[in-house]
Design a protein around this ligand. Structure first.
Ligand code: HEM
Length: 436
């Protein structure tokens, strides 16, 4: 990432590598240059070819017609009315995490690895939202959960070591064996859930679409992703559970940025308390869009530490970019989200955390392609509203109940498919008294 910072300072909009006569990679990091690429339809998401085994033919990796069919299938699962149902689940999962924190604090452990805790919490809520499956992963481990984590690490190792890109080599290595075994565990698990839910649906008919009917409160259950997909009377596309990772990264970095900027943290806390004080329950509902400064802090954190740093595209026709340049068909393009977010031409002092950049007054002149944590265009993140709602719920409840302070050492950023840290993200916590 430091290298990208240097490239952006020197080249300002794009640069290219020529690896021999046939293999060229173009890297772009300016809103005007990434815009036509995001908007193009003649594209295949190259992403991580090695990932295909994990997701079957999941959306992130598929191409052309296959992609547009799967995207159409998934879209209803992210409809606003469906997302509303998940807010209760976010509350439940964050409550479990906070209970754990209180226990650890009582045992005298005041510094925690935020990545570890938040990753388990987002996985917990994603499994409840997608499969209505209570994995209890925040409390205990299981073969399925271990396999999901193992796959993330193995994919990065495979991506980094070029000989492993060939299946016939990889299959013969110890890592390859572990990879395929973990894939089988994850596939068998999801296949069993889908099978079970299909027969339930045939027997009992569709569940009602209402928060009041959520699993925890009554006999009936919330409509989850699998219901929506099964009800669309189509084959269920593989929906990756890997997506909890991006939200976990986003949350961990928001916590870090607010820990290192106490004034901003205090301002968020008083905004949150103003909204929640006087309520009968501690449950946060979907009215969280009334937190303008908190939302600005989330955005600034997504700018400074975008969970997905780059998206990769392969264009099946020539692409024109400003300055009369053309990227010839067949080139690999790295659309650098990190580079665009750190481009000093767009963001003065890009390394500084300053939520006021997202004040509506200060955003007026900026291109909408200057801030693209969820990508843009037809292949943008389908889970954007889901992720933002979860970020707001978790942040609101956490800041209401805890003060977050910097840990004993500064984290070092590390790219591992998503923006992580080299050795955890230690932060200190101080419990607060909540006034109703
Ligand atoms: C802060 C959290 C998240 C960030 C920053 C993020 C970011 C992204 C980005 C940059 C892409 C585009 C990849 C590309 O163009 O190659 C993407 C795609 C996608 N995201 Fe997210 N994501 C987040 C959370 C989620 C969640 C929670 C879900 C599901 C519940 C999700 C589901 C997807 C799917 C299915 C795609 C593929 C869309 C397509 O190819 O049409 N994302 N995400």
């Amino acid at each position: 990432m430091q290298e990208v910072d240097e490239l952006v300072r020197e080249y300002r909009h794009s640069c290219a590598w020529f690896l021999g006569p046939f293999y060229n990679i173009v890297r772009l990091f300016h809103p005007d240059y990434i815009k036509p690429l995001f908007l193009a339809s003649e594209t295949d998401s190259l992403c991580v070819c090695v990932c295909v085994c994990i997701t079957g033919q999941g959306l992130v990796l598929s191409n052309g017609r296959q992609w547009s069919r799967q995207r159409r299938l998934l879209t209803p699962a992210f409809h606003f009315d469906i997302l509303k149902n998940y807010v209760h689940i976010f509350n439940q999962s964050v409550n479990i995490m906070h209970e754990k924190w209180r226990r650890l604090l009582a045992e005298g452990k005041d510094e925690l690895d935020m990545f570890e805790h938040v990753t388990l919490m987002t996985l917990d809520s994603l499994l409840k939202c997608t499969f209505s499956y209570d994995s209890q992963c925040q409390e205990k481990s299981s073969e399925y959960i271990t396999s999901i984590f193992e796959l993330s690490d193995l994919v990065v190792e495979r991506q980094r070591f070029v000989p492993y890109h060939w299946d016939w080599v990889y299959k013969r290595t110890a890592e390859g064996q572990r990879f395929y075994t973990a894939c089988k565990i994850v596939h068998d698990f999801t296949a069993a859930i889908v099978q079970e839910r299909r027969s339930q649906l045939l027997k009992n008919g569709p569940p009602e679409n209402s928060t009041e009917n959520s699993t925890a409160r009554g006999k009936k259950k919330t409509v989850d992703f699998i219901d929506v997909l099964l009800l669309s009377k189509n084959r269920v596309a593989a929906l990756s559970s890997e997506r909890h990772d991006t939200t976990a990264s986003a949350l961990s970095w928001v916590f870090y940025n607010l820990a290192t900027h106490q004034e901003d943290q205090e301002r968020c806390r008083s905004e949150i308390n103003d909204l929640l004080n006087g309520r009968e329950t501690e449950e946060v509902t979907e009215d969280l869009s009334n937190l303008p400064f908190t939302t600005m802090c989330i955005k600034e954190s997504l700018r400074l530490h975008p969970p997905v740093t780059t998206v990769t595209r392969y264009y099946s026709q020539d692409m024109s970019v400003p300055g009369g340049c053309t990227i010839p068909q067949g080139n690999i393009c790295l659309i650098s989200i990190y580079g665009t977010h750190h481009n000093p031409e767009i963001w003065p002092n890009p390394e500084v955390f300053d939520p006021m950049r997202f004040d509506p007054e200060n955003s007026k002149q900026r291109s909408s392609y200057a801030f693209v944590p969820f990508s843009a265009g037809p292949r943008n993140c389908i889970g954007q509203s889901f992720a933002l709602a979860e970020l707001r719920v978790v942040l609101a409840l956490t800041l209401r109940r805890f003060r977050i302070l910097p840990g004993s050492r500064r984290p070092k950023r590390l790219y591992k498919l998503i923006m992580r840290t080299e050795d955890g993200l230690p932060l200190k916590l101080e419990p607060l008294t909540v006034f109703q």
